[in-house]
Write a protein that binds this ligand. Sequence first.
Ligand code: CTP
Length: 295
Amino acid sequence: MACFLSATCPVYVAPAMDLEMFKDPSTNANLAGLKARGVKTIGPDSGELASGLEGQGRMTELEVIVRFLVRDLMQGSKLAGKRVLVTAGGTQEALDPVRYIGNRSSGKMGFAIAEEAAARGAQVELVTGPVVIATDRPAIIRTDVISAAEMAMACERFAPDCDIIVMAAAVADHTPKKPSDRKIKEKETSMLVELEPTVDILKGLGSRKAKHQRIVGFALETNDALANAQGKLERKNLDMIVLNSLSDPGAGFGHDTNKVTLLTPGTDPVQLPLMSKARTAAAILDHLEKLMPNA
Ligand code: CTP
């Protein structure tokens, strides 16, 4: 108490207690009192407690506390206070009410970018295809979509108010022209499905890019990777393109790690090492911040 009263530095608390104690109104009132004095709270998380019970009251992991403190105290990020649109995951294009054409995107890279942007103080609109990942940061507002058309609609809605757009989603390039409204029967021995192109969301946003906006696309190439990614950077009027490697072990769909190359107009490509998707997200946003105007 004496230390707290004499502290002139920022003070943070990371509460840890049993679940009933945390739920008690006096705890809430005390936390509100601390908040009113400018003290920030980290956690508590839900999980196994010292009493053996499960619930909210578990102290946030030290690693998470340290990351929070670094970000919070850093405050130098150009993303602080910005609005960021991030897309994640793959889209699903219906063949019939049961089946769809999809891809192997897990959404991990897009979610890592959304988390990192939020940690740097941005307000994030996260538009995601069907994934099994959760996020509980208040600064991330999540919109779930299924098809490329739904993702396009959500992006059109959010993009005009955003300063940064990061299209990490693996959007289907084609969709069945006439999805069946009934389940297609097994006895069909062979069938032809006519596909039509989806809207290129990124190209549309790039063509209408406002002066204050910075737009980042992703590319996944199996051949002539750098030249193809460079072409997309120009064709879609982007400020950066993140080229994913498919050939390195541990990189790409589903992994917790990734290996990417960053391309920006007029500069040499920057190849990043194989790292966790969280660190890759941080490196992408560090690079992006260099492209943003000074406040
Ligand atoms: N993208 C999009 N809308 C689509 C398809 C893709 O916004 N309908 C975005 C992706 O989110 C990604 C980037 O475009 O950021 C690259 O997608 P890709 O399919 O590789 O680009 P294409 O121009 O369609 O090139 P390709 O001929 O290789 O398919």
